[in-house]
Design a protein around this ligand. Structure first.
Ligand code: NI
Length: 174
């Protein structure tokens, strides 16, 4: 396993639409292992492949991390079959939008189909925080970030802040 670099906004790669995976092979599993390790190290609870620069429809999640207990979930080519009309609100952040948080409304429940780590076809009905995380990560596959749901003014302010932070970081590295 290896840590990968997490891309941060603004970055055009994050805006790419990811392409479906043709099947889960050893290379895909290696990528999922790396993504999981990168996510835990960040630390975060979800990561999409595009966030480490790979435009494939792959997501890893673990929303139940507790003292050494890990419950990783892998979603390859996830598709939403159905989502509820009821909305729920969580304060969201994103490893690609460091240090920024905002309340976002999303359907409270979603029913998805996907391939798991071994390439088996699966379905899942998720609700609450898991449903929100799945939808947040699935947005990444379309090149959408949570800040896209905010007003133009708020979004512009956040992007400006992130650009400034990036320049400062680059200065230190150099
Ligand atoms: Ni995110």
């Amino acid at each position: 396993m290896a840590l990968r670099k997490i891309l941060t906004e603004p970055n055009k790669i994050l805006r790419q639409k990811s392409i479906p995976v043709e099947g889960v092979d050893k290379d895909m599993q290696k990528l999922m292992d790396d993504m999981l390790e990168t996510m835990y190290a960040a630390p975060g609870i979800g990561l999409a492949a595009i966030q480490v620069g790979v435009p494939k429809r792959i997501i890893v999640l673990d929303i139940q991390q507790k003292e050494g207990q890990k419950n990783p979930l892998f979603f390859v080519n996830p598709e939403i079959i159905e989502k509820s009309k009821n909305l729920t609100t969580y304060e969201e952040g994103c490893l690609s939008v460091p240090g920024q948080f905002a309340e976002i409304d999303r359907p409270d429940q979603c029913h998805i189909k996907y391939l798991d780590y071994d390439g088996n076809k699966k379905e899942m009905k998720a609700e609450g925080m898991l449903a929100t995380c799945i939808q947040h990560e699935m947005d990444h596959l379309e090149g959408i970030l949570f800040i896209d749901y905010l007003s133009k003014l708020k979004k512009t302010m956040i992007i400006k802040k992130l650009s400034k932070q990036k320049k400062e970081l680059e200065r230190i590295v150099v």
